[in-house]
Design a protein around this ligand. Structure first.
Ligand code: HEM
Ligand SMILES: [Cu+2]
Length: 571
């Protein structure tokens, strides 16, 4: 029997919302993983199942389904759960909640259909523009309109969580914001700011252009607007994983969060620093002055701080848990951790891989060494450690803990879960290490062809053939792991056995909110500073880009004649 204080009994409606969001996330994950398998086998020449001309359709599907749909739908589920659980009150309006779920789902369907259209020669709908959708690559308007709708859906979700918070605030004046809700709200503030870039890119430039109403926009401008959003989106993927590490992992390991104030500081730092760094994706873009790139690099290095604070706080919390369970010694406590629990082991391995991803990320972030790896397969090697493992594996592990809580069903199989998370880790060691090494040898990313004529890639150790096999082998292990995960949660949802002991409480932090300065809860202040930092980082680069080539490249007039003089004024 479920205890009266279990989430499902208290909030059956929110549980349903979370279930439907997770369902979409998992379907996207399954299809995306299958595309990943195809790519890993195709570009290494191990097994070529489709025509190379379709490679970019599959790659777009892979990137969009995994990096945008899977991650953000799962985030929405976790946040809906966390905000409700920690405020201990339901959202303000049920229809409003379903409205944003519907907007996100409809937008996703439109974007998905337009990508798949690329596989049907007879259709004129396609969107082979990759998940970094900037000009001059052009997709069918359906793709951009779907994306816009999806983003609007996420904004409404944020508004829903803020309304829920404000209702709580009027019932609880003067109280500290509960930690999970604090994490949800700061992340959504960051998201509101970050998505301004992509909203302008899509609504002002890409949609009118794809409809034939306006000429092609300045590619550098759309790239810059994209990366304005494209870096902070990585923290949007990470924050729900951090939320689980900070608030759920201590409970699973039998301990308590080490420090509530530190957790708050980390989320505030991400709100402040996530956005004014996007230009670090544009180190090799001509048309942006070196000085702006240098500023972006400096800000990026500051971003290491909250991640290092997280590593410290999370490990300290786990150690506390291990000592509560009887662990002793400098390292002996590691043995006392619940390694047989797939939720724990998955998150622990995800955290470990995140450390490795952090190191390769520092190479990407360095202006000078970036040239060595830019646009090589090193880059996918890096982000399969971060979003592809730190985030995705934490989501899988978190699902083993959370899905029973929103379905009331016992996890189908812990051993399969455990095997699956370890398999993901091993598969990723193979695939990602080979990608990193291949990148150092100069092998490009985003290509269907294993060999360029007249170019021999020189490896430091081993051969290119060897690296390819490791990549393909790792890809197969990852795909098998993904399947096992989906089967395991699928069977959990259908399990007749009711889950046991799901009380909704999370243990209080060792150093609680009463020890964190109240200014940390001043969300208006942090949001304001974040906006100022963004203006400082972006106004001059954007101004000089528009000054340089204009909003539309030279020789093309903006087509509706009424708009042209207006644009002159802005430019
Ligand atoms: C079954 C597991 C997976 C396999 C086998 C796989 C394989 C690959 C391969 C081989 C590439 C490089 C293709 C190229 O540059 O030519 C790639 C790209 C990518 N993967 Fe994965 N991947 C997997 C899971 C994931 C996950 C879980 C995520 C994110 C949550 C992810 C996100 C991406 C992204 C964003 C790209 C870049 C797409 C682009 O360049 O536009 N992948 N993947
Ligand atoms: Cu970045």
């Amino acid at each position: 029997m479920l205890p009266d204080n279990s989430f499902l009994i208290q909030y059956p409606h929110v549980s349903r919302v979370v279930r439907s969001l997770f369902l979409t996330a998992f379907v996207a994950f399954g299809v995306g993983a299958l595309m990943g398998l195809f790519q890993a086998l195709h570009r290494t020449n191990v097994l070529r199942l489709f025509d190379s001309t379709d490679y970019y359709t599959l790659l777009t599907l892979h990137g969009v389904l995994l990096a945008i749909v899977f991650t953000i739908f799962f985030l929405a589920g976790v946040f809906a759960w966390a905000n409700t659980r920690s405020l201990d009150r339901p959202p303000v309006s049920k229809p409003f909640t379903w409205f944003w779920v519907a907007a996100m789902s409809l937008g996703t369907t439109m974007a998905g259909v337009s990508i798949l259209g690329g596989l049907i020669p007879a259709s004129d709908i396609s969107a082979d523009v990759l998940f970094t959708f900037y000009a001059p690559l052009q997709a069918h308007p359906l793709f951009y309109i779907g994306l816009a709708l999806f983003i609007v859906g996420t904004w409404l979700a944020g508004i829903d969580w803020f309304r829920q918070f404000l209702a709580w605030r009027s019932e609880n004046p003067g109280e500290r914001i509960p930690l999970q809700s604090f994490m949800v709200l700061t992340t959504m503030l960051m998201w509101f700011i970050a998505t301004m870039g992509v909203a302008v890119e899509v609504v002002v430039f890409l949609i009118p252009w794809s409809l034939g109403l306006m000429p092609a926009p300045n590619p550098l401008l759309t790239r810059t607007l994209f990366w304005f959003f494209g870096h902070p989106v990585v923290y949007f993927w990470l924050m729900p994983a951090y939320l689980l590490w900070y608030t759920v992992l201590p409970k699973i390991s039998g301990g308590r969060l080490f420090s509530d104030p530190l957790a708050r500081v980390v989320f505030v730092l991400f709100l402040l620093l996530s956005t004014p760094v996007g230009i670090h994706h544009q180190y090799v873009d001509p048309g942006i002055a070196e000085g702006f790139k240098f500023i972006a690099m400096t800000n990026t290095m500051f971003l290491l701080l909250p991640s290092l604070l997280t590593a410290f706080t999370v490990v300290a919390s786990i150690e506390h848990g291990a000592r509560q369970r009887g662990g002793t010694g400098y390292f002996g406590w590691l043995k006392a951790l619940p390694w047989r629990d797939p939720a724990f082991t998955g998150m622990a391995l995800a955290g470990l891989m995140f450390a490795a991803g952090g190191f390769s990320g520092m190479v990407n972030a360095g202006m000078n060494i970036n040239y060595l790896v830019h646009n090589t397969i090193w880059v996918p090697g890096h982000f399969h450690l971060t979003v592809g493992t730190a985030v995705a594996l934490t989501f899988m592990a978190g699902s083993y803990w959370l899905v029973p809580r929103i379905t009331g069903r016992e996890l189908y199989s812990r051993p399969i879960g455990l095997f699956q998370v370890v398999l993901w880790f091993i598969g990723m060691v193979f695939m990602s290490a080979a990608m990193h090494r291949g990148g150092l040898a100069g092998i490009p990313r985003r290509t269907a062809e294993p060999q360029y004529s007249q170019i021999a890639f020189e490896t430091v150790a081993g051969s290119v053939g060897n690296l390819r096999l490791q990549m393909a082998f790792g890809g197969v292990l990852l795909f098998v792991s993904a399947l096992l995960f989906l089967v395991n949660v699928g069977l959990t949802a259908m399990n007749n056995k009711p889950a046991r002991g799901l009380d909704a409480a999370l243990p209080p932090a060792l150093s609680g909110p009463e020890q964190s300065p109240t200014i940390l809860d001043n969300l208006k202040l942090w949001a304001l500073i974040a906006v100022v930092l963004v203006i400082l980082a972006y106004s001059l680069p954007l101004y000089s880009i528009v000054q340089g080539a204009g909003l539309y490249p030279a020789g093309h007039e903006a087509s509706p004649a009424v708009i042209a003089p207006l644009l002159e004024v802005i430019a």
